[in-house]
Write a new protein. Structure first.
Length: 556
């Protein structure tokens, strides 16, 4: 079959122009107007609660309008009409343009930067995102004063563009199993970095395939013949002149994925790459010039960047679920289907109770996780401030909470968005609906920054440890204080439907589940089973206990 390629391309462009004009001319559907007018609550007040009061809403709308009306951003091809290369190309152009725009407009507050990026590239990937949320924060939190002065200025000026290289082909969630090595050479005061096996290849980090010229490298530290475990290093991987890989570096893009078309997830291998001693971030641990290793007060301090991302995922899942809920609910308000009485008007789909049962619980859940995300952010910065003062007491509880909520929120958001897609029938399958894009963007959260089953198990292990303290007579405080409480009797269903009673019932259920797991483990160990074997035999119950715990509202 012969065809005129130029004519086809022109026809495609004209179709987009015509479609765009049609959308701009369209009026708001009367059924949607009716539904909005029938709201029984103050919509503006709820918006203010969500977005930090009247001034917060005003500022948000101002920033959103900048992005929506920007001529350059409006000129770019819409995301549903792109191939993968175009996705990445436009995502990078947007990221660079927005950085320049924010610098020009002196937009420096993190929340303002987030709002502008979200409005300009909603549900689109940001190839510079990990530079901003992982690379720079890791240097800030784990670098010495001298290292911060060395690495941060070029990073903030975007001369250094970095990502976080942790996950390997052979190991992801099991961080202690990472195989990349950094061996200290006291003669030259350098670390020699190697990827000793195929499975030690760094695999999956975003922004690695094409964008970054530096990485935060998580590697096994070897010095004086000993392995001192996982530590963070700032390592240059590409030339600052022509962006070519440096000697000893093999790096590239891993190719197509289920989604994330605009993100250049990559692979990375090292062959005797030497970096200076101060490439190791040394705020909490260090290697002296002679190779002497000085350990941190707490070995898990190096995992702080992961805890930060897990904490932030909770709010991200809430916002994504909210976006999908809005699409599905609006569609259900304007879609009419299946006359109830012969010859009668077809009712709005949203009037069917089966549709409401699909939509409304997920809308409610989105609010819950948005607010939980706010609280997680506040708590993360509070606890990390304590850690910087040398107080490590709450680090384990923050780690457990972030792990459990990361898992629960991403599980619910992923399954919820797909349920919302199905609720829109065949139209939900269209990329133009936005729902497939949201789904493929959030589904990776079930595995990145810790596979969810492992996250539930980590949370459960902490809860079992805390339950043992209760059993020994200690009184607990904070988000696990419910383990110390004795439930009061409930008289009936009506009383139990009060919010405080429902919370107490969840607390009681979570406590009983943890108690059951702890007793089963103890029984297995008494019968001769090693602790790790007993834990594996209880793992299904541990996951269930963790899920119930994470449903309980967090008492700050």
């Amino acid at each position: 079959m012969h065809y005129n390629k130029q004519r086809v391309n022109q026809s495609s462009k004209q179709a987009w122009v015509d479609n765009n004009l049609f959308l701009n001319m369209a009026s708001v559907n009367k059924d949607l107007v009716k539904e909005r007018k029938s709201a029984t609550f103050d919509k503006e007040l709820l918006t203010e609660i969500l977005y930090n009061g009247k001034e917060g809403v005003k500022r948000r709308r101002y920033l959103q309008n900048i992005a929506i009306q920007d001529p350059y951003l409006k000129s770019l091809t819409p995301w549903w009409n792109r191939d993968r290369e175009t996705h990445y190309d436009i995502a990078l152009k947007k990221a660079v343009y927005l950085n320049q725009l924010m610098e020009k407009m002196n937009i420096t507050a993190p929340i303002d930067m987030f709002i502008l990026r979200e409005a300009a590239a909603c549900q689109e990937n940001n190839p510079l995102g990990l530079h901003q949320v992982m690379f720079i924060p890791t240097i800030e939190k784990q670098g010495t004063k001298e290292q911060i002065e060395k690495f941060l200025p070029p990073a903030r000026a975007m001369k250094y563009i970095g990502t976080y290289a942790q996950t390997e082909l052979g190991h992801g969630t099991f961080i202690r199993g990472l195989e990349t090595t950094a061996t200290y050479d006291p003669k030259t005061e350098e670390f020699i970095i190697n990827s000793p096996t195929l499975t030690s290849m760094k695999y999956w980090p975003g922004s690695l395939g094409k964008t970054s010229n530096h990485v935060i490298l998580m590697a096994q530290l070897h010095s004086q013949g000993k392995n001192h475990g996982i530590h963070a290093f700032v390592v240059q991987i590409r030339s600052l002149e022509d962006h070519r890989p440096l000697p000893g570096i093999t790096v590239g893009d891993i190719g197509n994925k289920l989604g994330y078309e605009g993100m250049d997830n990559g692979f990375l291998m090292f062959n005797n790459v030497r970096v200076p001693r101060d490439a190791m971030l040394m705020r909490y641990s260090r290697v002296e010039r002679d190779g002497t290793y000085v350990p941190p007060k707490n070995a898990k301090i190096a995992y702080g960047s992961m805890v930060f991302i897990r904490a932030m995922i909770v709010g991200d899942m809430g916002r994504s679920l909210a976006q999908a809920s809005v699409i599905a609910i609006r569609y259900s308000a304007v879609r009419r289907q299946t006359e109830i009485r012969p010859g009668g008007e077809e009712p709005q789909v949203i009037d069917y109770q089966t549709q409401q049962e699909k939509l409304f619980p997920l809308l409610a859940a989105s609010y819950a996780y948005i607010f939980m995300g706010y609280h997680m952010a506040v708590e993360y910065f509070r606890v990390t401030a304590e850690i910087e003062r040398g107080n490590m007491e709450e680090m384990q509880s923050l780690h457990a909470l972030a792990a459990g909520l990361k898992a629960l929120s991403s599980d619910l958001a992923s399954s919820g968005v797909d349920r919302l897609r199905v609720s829109c029938g065949g139209h939900g399958y269209s990329l133009a609906s936005g729902l497939p894009k949201i789904f493929t963007n959030i589904t990776p959260a079930m595995t990145y920054e810790g596979e969810n089953t492992v996250m539930y198990l980590q949370c459960a292990r902490y809860l079992i440890k805390m339950y043992a303290q209760v059993a020994s007579g200690q009184q607990l405080s904070g988000f696990i204080s419910y383990l110390s409480n004795k439930p009061r009797p409930h008289s009936g269903v009506n009383e139990a439907l009060k919010l405080e009673d429902l919370i107490e019932l969840y607390e009681h259920a979570a406590s009983r589940l943890i108690q059951g797991v702890a007793m089963k483990m103890q029984s297995l160990m008494k019968s001769g089973k090693p602790e790790e074997v007993a834990r594996n035999m209880c793992s299904v119950q541990m996951v269930q206990a963790s899920k119930v715990r994470e449903v309980i509202p967090w008492k700050l």
